[in-house]
Design a binder for this molecule. Sequence first.
Ligand code: IPM
Ligand code: MG
Length: 353
Amino acid sequence: MKLAVLPGDGVGPEVTDAAVRVLEAALEHRGLPLDLVTRPVGWAAVQSHGTPLPDPTLEACRQADAVLLGAVGHPGAADAPPHLRPEAGLLGLRRALGCWANLRPVRVPDALLDASALRPERVRGTDLLVVRELGGGLYYGEPRGDDGHRAWNTLTYDRDEVRRIAELAFRLAAQRRGRVTSIDKANVLETSRLWRRVVEEESHAHPDVTLDSMLVDRAAMELVLHPTRFDVILTSNLMGDILSDQAAGLVGSLGALGSASLGGTTDLYEPVHGSAPEIAGTGRANPMGALASVSLMLRTTVDLPAVADDVDAAVEACLGDGIRTDDLAAGGRPPVGTDAFTAAVVERLGGGA
Ligand code: IPM
Ligand code: MG
C-alpha cells in the first residue's frame, strides 16, 4: 500500500503521526508492508513552498493509493489573499483529485456516553453517516469575489452532481438501516428544489431504501432531539460541513470523527476537525479522528476490513478502559496525551497482545 501523508498545520502533524504509528503496527501485525511519503500542505506549505498546494505534493498524492491529511489552517493566515490561505490547499486538493463524496460516520459508543453534549438516554445508540457533497456547491461556485464593499459567492448544483451523490447515499443506506434523510433548504433555494427533485427521482431506483427530505433548520433541531432517528444524512457541501460538526457534538468532541473523500483519482482521508492552533504542540490532541480515517481507508481503498476492525477494536478497548484525551474526559481517570493514547491503541492491536 502506497500512502501519501500530508500532515498540514496545527495539530495535523501530531495526529497523522499517531495514525501512521497505528497503521504501521496494524499492518505489521498481519505481515503487510506500507510505503509512505510525507509532503507539506496548507500554511506549512505556504511557508516552505510559497503555495498551500505545491506541485510535488499533488504529484505524490496522484501516485499514491490513498492520501491521509492531518489538518489545515493557521491564525497567521487570517489576512492572506484567498489563494494563499491554507484552506485553499485542501479545497484545491479535493478538486484536483476529483473527490466529490465525503463520508463522515458518527457513532456514539456506550463507553463515551458521558462525554456527549446530550443526555445518555437521548444519544445512546446514535449511529449515522453524513454523506456530504464535496465537489461543488457554495464552496466552488463562480462568480465569487470581494470588492471591499460587497462580497459574493454563488451556489449552483446541476442534476449530475446531485444524482451521483444521491446514488451513493442510497447504496450506502442499503448496506445500513435503509434510510436516507436528504437535507436542504427547498422552501427558499432553487438549488435545493433541484436537489430535492433529483434525489426523489433517484430514490425510485432504490425501493429498499426509505427517503425523507427535511429542511436544514428542522434537521439541525432533530439532530439534537432525536439523533438515533438518522441513518444516512445526504446533503450539500456547506450544509454537510456544518451538520457534521454539530453531529460531532453528539459524540462529545470534533476530535473523534474521521472522514473519507471519494470519487476521484485518489481517495483522500481526513479527520473532520481543524488544525486546533490553541492546543497545537501541547501533545494533547485527540488522534481518534485520524485513526477513524485510517480505519475508513483500510475498509474502503485497500479492502482490508479485518485490519480496520483491529484498529477500531483497539480504539474502543482504550475508551472502555477509560483512556481518553482531555477533549473527551469526563470525571473518572485523568486524561492522557496524544502519545499515550496512541501507545495504548498500539498495545491493544490484535486483541491486546
Ligand atoms: C472540513 C473543514 C474544511 C471544509 C475547511 C478546513 C476548508 O471544515 O473538512 O469540514 O470546510 O470542508
Ligand atoms: Mg468543517
